[in-house]
Design a protein around this ligand. Sequence first.
Ligand SMILES: *Cc1c(COP(=O)(O)O)cnc(C)c1O
Ligand SMILES: [Zn+2]
Length: 406
Amino acid sequence: MNDSLAQSLTCIECGAAHPLTYRLECERCRGLLELRYDVSRLQKDGPALLTGSGLWRYAPVLPISDPAHRLTLGEGGTPLLDCPRLAAELGVRRLLLKFDGPNPTGTVKDRSSATAVAAALRFGYRATSVVSSGNAGSSIAAYSARAGLPSLIFAYERASAPKLLHMAATTANLIIYKGVYDDLITIWDRLVEERLFFDCGASRNAYKQEGKKTLAYEIAEQTGWAPPDVVVAPVAVGETFIATARGFREMHEAGWIARAPLMVAAQATRANAVARAFRDGTAITPLKIGYTVAEGLAAGDPGKKGAWVLRLLREGKGLVGDAEDDEILATQRRLARVEGIWAGPTGVATLAVLAGLLAQKRLDPGQTFCAIISETGLKTEAEPPSRTGVAFDYDTLRRLVTERLA
Ligand SMILES: *Cc1c(COP(=O)(O)O)cnc(C)c1O
Ligand SMILES: [Zn+2]
């Protein structure tokens, strides 16, 4: 039970099928690879294939065959929260939020870190590395430590203090880089070829990306295999979006769900290369970007994955939107006040984009929506409220209570 049904690494460009070894690109055409599974088994056995809890409940549709490699810190199994008050404010029939903040390091990255580091063990690597704006670094460092592997973490100089603290605690090798993600990733990706470490980056590794597919499986299972009409996923490089879209497609092929949701991609306006290309009907032009509060979305050149996102959007008649930093911050406060969900700016970009598309009447409000809220707010860095304390006696305390709660 719980065997992996992965069969091949198939090229998304030319369709060539490769065996399940460590490879990042198609040998024939250098296209990106995706994992393919035994669809007939998925069709025949259905969701009864799933056992246990958390991310590894979905082991049959993940590429890690040896249970000894399936390391965990308790990732996955995050809540799908029905948000009626926010739905009413946005004027939609139903709004579900897939809140990934409860993951071990507070973000969606833990899903892909679990399968990435498991793959590092599977292929006998002795060290891991990643270039990160903060969340991936935290997560890869934690999962590498959990696996007993050293990690080399390159972190963005403007990453929030909680992220930096977390990375410094979980890796012995934290390197701060100057500039943005795009400035380092191209040369770091070249170094991957020398196999000095296992590739825990977002550009190419199909094993890593696959962990994020469990978002789609969880959303489907949590809705009784009747997923929402529309799912909004964030896009930096595109892993989360691609993995989620592929998960729904896979379940649809296997007959687990009657139809795959419409996928909406969400970007920060300050890093919106995919949104621009979609609007203009062109290929992606890499952008020179600066800082955005949605730190996890700060990629100006999403590379081949960005092109894959565009293709999925165009094939699936999806939509894409972007949100300005002030809209993202307003959405962060609104979500906390209206539903009690404290998510980070990167995490609420989906919700800000959804609100924008609804306001522009580009989506039918009579549908059921799900936005992926990809990170906790507890890693946000901001000025705390005033710490000036008040001394009370009974009368002043009573007056305050009656005033505030009248
Ligand atoms: C990395 C990240 C994303 C999206 O990045 P992709 O590379 O597009 O998968 C979204 N949300 C958070 C919190 C992240 O850390
Ligand atoms: Zn190919």
